[in-house]
Design a protein around this ligand. Structure first.
Ligand code: NDP
Length: 447
């Protein structure tokens, strides 16, 4: 329930304008509720209509993407780019290719990205884009032709100092390569317009690992500060088996945890001896196959078709697949099994009721906009390297990533403390991100 009239009014107006955007409204509600203390303390935000402006993207692009399959049939998908807020830097945020993609999902992701990017301390605004195209089961040629068709429209709206996309679900190194190649051809410009690029054409070492590794560093620092504890000897449950999940599992294992699950949209695997990450990488990254193959190749592991991972007892849970994958029922199972910390690798994987359950039962909860900010942070470092025409070593980038994640934890806790909210990592992160963007918006006038 809202306690300030201003936040409540802006939420009602947003809801009335786009009632058909449930994911976007979920994200807006969560942020507006948690920034109420700062809104109440600073009437200037209402005078400058900061909330009305921050929930409305600067620009919304929607376009047709027509492409031809291997059999000569033409298909049409929708392409989108939501340029949400550029008060503190060029629009920055990934592209998602998945059949579920729509304006609501991309708007929620773009909105969250604004605060996440602010938390990194780097100069990056927020944006998000993508398409309802699904790369699963498509040939190399089909994926390439789709990416080229998508970029044939998007290229005129982006640039290294304007809008810098990256990957997300369904957009990995292969897709980024095709998208960047088409941009370079059309713009006749080799520039740092994309992050997550291949290492031979302006990519950064450690970008592939960054979101998952950053999640590990964030979790480790929170455990250290709040519980004088670590990953050492802990059982860890991870969902998903994509980019974020694989490198979150790798870092959790390096820090002493035992990861026992992974999943995809078909089901999950449980390996009580600890997940063999080389095998997962071979299945998911090299062969683009299904996680079910893991159990065929690994004695002692079981594949559970259609089952999620949340019933497996654990100390730490890292949801790394997609939004709203961890509901109240799943949260109660985790709580019953004794989970002490949940940190989000995916964007908004926990439903509001799940977060409430964690809060009510004293489970430490790291919100995605803080805990998974390592990916975009290293994207920011990739932009810096591209501007310098220099490449840093893996260890240099990894050290900066770690220091940014530790900084996010400290900033979230200090901000929560400043508003008398104890050790609330969610509210601390939302307020810290909001204050930076709102301050820049006021300084730059009415836009
Ligand atoms: P990938 O495409 O590499 O992997 C996604 C994983 O989640 C796959 O295992 C996929 O299974 C599973 N998945 C996707 N959709 C669903 C669904 N509807 N139901 C169940 N499982 C699903 O994506 P990423 O790892 O890059 O992204 C995962 C999450 O992390 C997303 O929320 C993304 O926004 C977020 N994120 C990503 C960042 C990055 O740097 N890549 C940065 C910050 C956040 P399947 O193969 O069956 O589809």
């Amino acid at each position: 329930m809202f306690t300030t009239k201003y936040a409540e009014r802006v939420f009602s107006e947003t809801e009335a304008r786009t009632p058909w955007e449930p994911e976007f409204l979920q994200a807006v509600r969560e942020v507006l509720l948690s920034i109420e203390p700062v809104v109440e303390a600073n009437p200037v935000y209402e005078q400058y209509a900061i909330l009305e402006r921050i929930v409305e993207p600067d620009r919304q692009l929607k376009f047709r993407v027509a492409w031809t399959d291997d059999a000569g049939m033409v298909h049409v998908n929708r392409g989108y780019r939501f340029e949400f807020n550029s008060a503190i830097g060029p629009y920055k945020g990934g592209l998602r290719f998945h059949s579920s993609v729509n304006a609501s999902i991309l708007k929620f992701l773009g909105f969250e990205q604004v605060f996440k990017n602010a938390l990194t301390g780097l100069w990056m605004g927020g944006g998000k884009g993508g398409s309802d195209f699904d790369p699963h089961g498509k040939s190399e040629g089909e994926v390439m032709r789709f990416c080229q068709a998508f970029m044939s429209e998007l290229f005129r709206h982006i640039g290294p100092d304007t809008d810098v996309p990256a990957g997300d679900i369904g957009v990995g190194g292969r897709e980024v390569g095709y998208l960047f190649g088409q941009y370079r051809r059309l713009a006749n410009d080799f520039t740092g317009v994309f992050t997550g690029k291949g290492l031979d054409f302006g990519g950064s070492l450690a970008r592939t690992e960054a979101t998952g590794y950053g999640l590990g560093y964030y979790t480790q620092e929170v455990l250290r500060l709040l519980k004088n504890d670590s990953f050492e000897g802990k059982t860890v449950v991870v969902s998903g088996s994509g980019n974020v999940a694989i490198f979150a599992a790798e870092k959790a294992a390096q820090l002493g945890g035992k990861v026992v699950t992974m999943s995809d949209s078909g089901g999950s695997v449980y390996d009580p001896a600890g997940i063999d990450l080389d095998l997962v990488k071979d299945i998911k990254l090299r062969r683009r196959a299904r996680i079910s193959e893991y159990a065929d190749a690994r004695p002692g592991a079981t594949y559970r078709a259609g089952e999620r991972v949340w019933d497996v007892p654990c100390d730490i849970a890292l949801p790394c697949a997609t939004q709203n994958e961890l509901d109240e029922d799943a949260a109660m199972r985790l709580i019953a099994s004794g989970v002490t910390m949940v940190a989000e690798g995916a964007n908004m994987p926990s439903t509001p009721a799940a977060i409430e359950a964690f809060r009510a039962h004293g489970v430490i909860f790291g919100p995605g906009k803080a805990s998974n900010a390592g990916g975009v942070a290293v994207s920011g470092l990739e932009m810096a390297q591209d501007s310098q025409r220099l490449a840093w070593t893996f260890d240099q980038v990894d050290a900066k990533l770690k220091s940014i994640m530790v900084g996010i934890v400290n900033n979230s806790l200090a901000t929560a403390e400043r508003y008398g909210l104890g050790q609330d990592l969610v509210t601390g992160a939302n307020i810290a991100g909001f204050e930076r963007v709102a301050g820049a918006m006021i300084d730059q006038g009415v836009l």
